[in-house]
Design a protein around this ligand. Structure first.
Ligand code: ZN
Length: 184
C-alpha cells in the first residue's frame, strides 16, 4: 500500500465530475487500499478519488473501525437536517458549518462487486454526503454563506502557500493531535 499525495483546493481534478466504475479491477482495489492508507496518514474519516487525483467514482470512509469502500455511491434517502462543522483533507485548516441531511441511506457497490445499502447519521452521515459531493466536483465551501466563505478563503490564502504544486505530501506516522471529526 502507498500513501498518495492529496490534491488541494485549486487542483482542477477536485472540480471534475467522476466517471462511474464499470469493472472492478485489481488496480481499482489497490487504489481503494491506497486511499485508506492516505486517509489514515491524513487522519481523516473519508476520502474520495478526486482528492488523490483520480476520476473513478469511488470513495472510502472509516468511522469507528467500520471501513467502507463506496463504488458508484448514490444517496437514495435524505431525512431531517443537521449542522456540522466540516473540514476537508483537500482544504487543510479551513472549517465551516454546513447544513446536511441528518440521516441518509446510500446505495453503492463494494469491491466484491455486490451492491449494498448503508445508512449514516451524525459524523458518518455527514461523511457520506461530503464524499459523494466530491465525486461530483462539489466541496463543502460551496455551501458557506458569502461572508463565511470569504473568511474561509482568507484562511486558505495563507495556508495555500504551503502547497505550491497544489499537492499535500503526507508523512505516515506524523500525526496531528486535533479533533478528526471534521476531516473529510
Ligand atoms: Zn473533502
Amino acid at each position: 500500500m502507498a500513501v498518495l499525495p492529496i490534491h488541494v483546493l485549486g487542483s482542477p481534478v477536485l472540480r471534475q465530475e467522476t466517471i462511474p466504475v464499470v469493472t472492478i479491477t485489481p488496480e481499482l482495489v489497490r487504489l481503494a487500499n491506497d486511499m485508506f492508507e492516505t486517509m489514515h496518514a491524513a487522519e481523516g474519516v473519508g476520502l474520495a478519488a478526486p482528492q488523490v487525483g483520480r476520476t473513478e467514482r469511488m470513495a472510502v470512509a472509516q468511522v469507528e473501525d467500520e471501513k467502507w469502500v463506496l463504488i458508484n455511491p448514490e444517496i437514495i434517502l435524505r431525512e431531517g437536517e443537521l449542522k456540522w462543522e466540516e473540514g476537508c483533507l483537500s482544504i487543510p485548516e479551513v472549517f465551516g458549518d454546513v447544513i446536511r441531511a441528518a440521516h441518509v441511506v446510500v446505495r453503492a457497490t463494494g469491491t466484491d462487486g455486490k451492491e449494498f445499502e448503508v445508512e449514516g447519521r451524525e459524523l458518518f452521515g455527514v461523511c457520506l454526503q461530503h464524499e459523494i459531493d466530491h465525486l461530483h466536483g462539489k466541496l463543502f465551501i460551496d455551501y458557506l454563506s458569502f461572508l463565511k466563505k470569504r473568511k474561509a478563503m482568507a484562511v486558505w490564502d495563507e495556508e495555500k502557500a504551503k502547497y505550491p504544486a497544489l499537492l499535500r505530501i503526507l508523512t505516515p506516522g506524523v500525526h496531528n493531535d486535533g479533533d478528526i471529526s471534521g476531516r473529510l
